[in-house]
Design a protein around this ligand. Structure first.
Ligand SMILES: Cc1cc2nc3c(=O)[nH]c(=O)nc-3n(C[C@H](O)[C@H](O)[C@H](O)COP(=O)(O)OP(=O)(O)OC[C@H]3O[C@@H](n4cnc5c(N)ncnc54)[C@H](O)[C@@H]3O)c2cc1C
Length: 392
């Protein structure tokens, strides 16, 4: 006889863990929730990324989405902690006159949302970050951002889940190899360890979410891997203590994408993102390139981003790099994540496609999905992220 559950989440990255946490908190504690991952928890993208918790003020919708999520990160810190949460704020840097103009534009966007950000002059910048190059013209400081260590955060989310609901089971090293359906509804999954019946299955499989959808006989989900190369220094050598990024990062990471994500010959690009670690190390990124599932290090792109980082923080030149690696972001073709039911197959839910903001957005994703499953009012209007937009 097949094992039974009330809700299965496939994918133990930050998104799957957040979904489990919020379902455990919002659904009755008798709800049997199973989290399945074919590898370790946080063993894929969520274990090979940076941990910038970022508020994006581009428009009111985006601001509410990111801002609410950061509130939930703060709540998780109060509830559980233990994931190197560091509310450093973010310093936006520039050395190019055209980019320096953007300080005022971004500041105004924060102000328009009822928030604040401060333009710092050279002296104020050096007071905040003495390790930065002396000739920098100033910066924009947004106090609301922070940094976490995503692998530890996955653990914290699952601890909260298991405390809220004794019926949460976490199964790493358990690949899902098939989706069980009856007509137009999902009725469970097949795993390498046997079948599990459940009326609700959440696809939180990141860059593999199209594979999972295909197992359920669904059309291809529009998610494509977007590679990022990262480098980290040894401990106690970081020249910075605030989350830093070039202001051009916003255009680079969140602006219009001119290349076809299905191609693998994208030359890629970079904009600096530097994160202090609680062990005194410094994590440096970040590049973006479409090249399928290829995880080979792109030395040229990484070298260029490291040189650029040294331009801002010259002390980095003397800091030993102890590890380099590549992570693959789950990029959604319309640049918005998919969060909600998949109406073509009853019982199938989706939480994926967060590209470079999945750590920031994990809590609000988990909360919105759990609220929809529980039939509760949503914290914010979920419409812009409903996967149904790809079925029209
Ligand atoms: C270089 C880089 C830097 C980044 N920096 C930031 C940042 O600073 N801030 C930020 O907010 N975001 C950042 N991101 C983005 C963030 O890391 C991702 O959006 C997020 O980790 C995606 O999480 P996920 O849970 O969807 O995917 P994953 O973490 O990949 O989880 C999906 C899981 O599904 C499992 N799975 C797949 N198929 C199956 C199957 N058949 N059976 C069972 N399990 C399966 C996989 O094993 C995997 O563990 C960055 C990403 C990269 C690559």
């Amino acid at each position: 006889m097949a094992e039974t559950a009330d809700l299965i989440v496939v994918g133990g990255g930050i998104i799957g863990c957040a979904v489990v946490q919020h379902c455990a908190q919002l659904l009755p504690p008798s709800t049997r929730i199973v989290l399945l991952d074919r590898g370790p928890i946080a063993g894929a993208t969520s274990g090979s990324c940076m941990g910038h918790l970022m508020v994006t003020p581009d428009d009111a919708e985006e601001y509410a989405f990111t801002h609410q999520s950061l509130k939930l990160w703060h709540e998780l810190e109060s509830l559980e902690g233990g994931f190197d949460y560091n509310p450093t704020g973010a310093l936006y840097l520039a050395d190019d006159p055209a980019d320096i103009e953007l300080f005022g534009v971004l500041r105004q966007q924060f102000v328009d949302r009822g928030d604040r950000a401060d333009i710092l002059d050279q002296r104020q910048l050096r007071e905040l970050e003495p390790g930065l190059a002396e000739d920098l013209p100033g910066a924009l400081f947004y106090p609301g951002d922070g940094v976490v260590l995503p692998m530890l955060a996955c653990g914290a989310m699952l601890r909260v889940a298991q405390r809220s609901n004794p019926n949460v089971r976490v199964r790493p090293e358990t690949p899902v190899i098939g989706m069980r359906r009856q007509g137009d509804r999902i009725v469970g999954v097949d795993t390498a360890a046997g079948p599990i019946d459940a009326p609700i299955v959440v696809n939180a499989a990141g860059i593999w979410s199209p594979e999972l959808a295909a197992m359920a006989g669904q059309s291809r989900l529009p998610i494509y891997p977007r590679a990022g190369n990262l480098a980290i220094t040894g401990h106690h050598v970081s020249p910075i203590r605030t989350q830093l990024l070039e202001i051009s990062y916003i255009r680079f990471a969140h602006g219009a994408v001119k290349v076809d994500p299905t191609r693998t010959d994208d030359a890629g690009g970079h904009a600096v993102n530097m994160q202090p670690q609680t062990n005194g190390g410094c994590l440096v990124g970040s590049t973006r390139q479409f090249r399928g599932m290829d995880k080979t290090l792109n030395m040229e792109l990484l070298h260029r981003s490291l040189l650029r980082a040294q331009r801002y923080a010259p002390g980095l030149a003397a800091a030993p790099i102890v590890r380099t690696w590549v992570g693959l972001r789950p990029y959604s073709i319309d640049k918005h994540p998919l969060i909600g039911p998949w109406p073509a197959l009853r019982g199938m839910w989706i939480a994926t496609g967060h590209e470079g903001l999945g750590i920031s957005l994990a809590p609000i994703t988990g909360r919105l999905l759990a609220q929809q499953i529980a039939g509760l009012p949503c914290t914010i209007d979920p419409t812009p992220w409903l996967p149904a937009r790809f079925l029209r």
